[in-house]
Design a protein around this ligand. Sequence first.
Ligand SMILES: *Cc1c(COP(=O)(O)O)cnc(C)c1O
Length: 390
Amino acid sequence: MSHVMNTYARLPVAFSHGQGSRITDTEGKEYLDGLSGIAVSTLGHAHPKLIAAISAQAGRMLHTSNLYRIREQEQLADRLAALSGMQEIFFCNSGCEANEAAIKLARYYGHKKGIETPTVIVMEKAFHGRTMATLSATGNRKAQAGFEPLVSGFIRVPYNDIEAIKTVAEHNKQIVAVMLEIVQGEGGIHLASIEFQKELREICDANDWLLICDEVQCGMARTGKWFGYQHAGIQPDVATLAKGLGSGVPIGACMAGGKAAGLFGPGNHGSTFGGNPLACTAALTTIDVIEQDGLMDNAEKVGALIRQLFADALKGVVGLVDIRGHGLMIGVELDRPCGELVGKALAAGLLINVTSDKVIRLLPPLTFSEAEACELVGRVVPLIKDFLAG
Ligand SMILES: *Cc1c(COP(=O)(O)O)cnc(C)c1O
C-alpha cells in the first residue's frame, strides 16, 4: 500500500474473485455486490460470454493503433450509433476523457461560429471527472479546492431550473452548450425532470447550443433504457459513455450527432489506447448480452422492486428523507451524514456506497435478480435502522 499514491480512502479489504452478483475477498469471505464497482460491472462478475469474447480477442490481438482501421471499433461505433441516435463516435478510455472530448467539441463548435470565448452551462452538484477541464465542469468545491486556477469557460446553474438557463441565455452570448447528467450520480442520485429535459432541448435549439448528456454513469441500460435521455424522448447533440460500457474493461466514448457531427477532422483529437480491439470487443459483448438477456427490462423491474421494498421497510422511520432513482441507479437519502454505513455493510458482507455525505447509493449489476434485490434490501435495512436509532 505504501507505494500507492494516497488518493483514495480505501476500505481494508481486497477481493480475489467474483461470480455474478457475489464477490469474494482474499480471506474467503463472500459479499453481495450492490455497487458493481460504481456502475462498471454491467454483467456482474465473470460473465461466461464476456470471458469467452475477451479471451478469444486477447488470443488474436490486444492492440494495434488508431493509425490503422480497427474493425471492432467500427462495429462498436455502428452499434452505438444505432442505439443512441448519434452519427459518429470517438473512443477513449474513461469518463473524464469522454467528457474532455465533448467539451473540446463544444468549444470547436463555438469557434466555428465566431464565438471567441465559448462557454458551457453546467449544473450544481454535477460530476464530470477529475481532469482539469472536467473538474472545472464538476459542481463540487471540495473536489476543486487546491487545484486552481480552474479551466475557464463554464457557468453554473441549479439543476432542474429552466428559468436560470433562460436568464443566462439572455445575458451571455458566448454560450455554446449545456452539459448535464440526466441522473446525477456522485451528486446524490438526482433526476432531471422530463419537462426540464424537453425545455432544455428547445432552448438549445432556439439558441443554436449543443445539448451534451454525460451518460457515463446513467447510460448503458442502467435506468431501463439504453441512455437516460431516451426516457424523455429527447435527442442530445453529444452524449458521453464510459463506466458500464465495457463491463470492467476500460473504455469511454463521446458520441456526436446533429449539429455536433462532422466537426472534428484528423488532428483535432486523439487517444493512443482509445477504442482498441480488446476494449471494443468487451463493449460489443456487453451490448449483445444486455440485448439477449433483456437486461434493460431487468434493470427497470428490479430497480423498481428495490425502491418499493425500501419504501415499505423504511416507512415512518425517523431520519429517512427520500428514496429515489431510476432503474438500477438508486439513492436512499438520510437526514445526516452516513458514510460509516459503508464499513458496517462491508462487515455484514454487502457492498454499498454513500455519496454526497447523506445518500446511500446502490448500483447493482444489471443481471441482479429479484431474489438478490430482496436479499440486498433485507440486509441493508437493519443497518440503516440501527444507524438512525443509534
Ligand atoms: C464517474 C463519472 C465520470 C468520470 O469517469 P472516470 O472514468 O472516472 O474518468 C464522469 N461523469 C460521470 C457522470 C461519472 O459518474
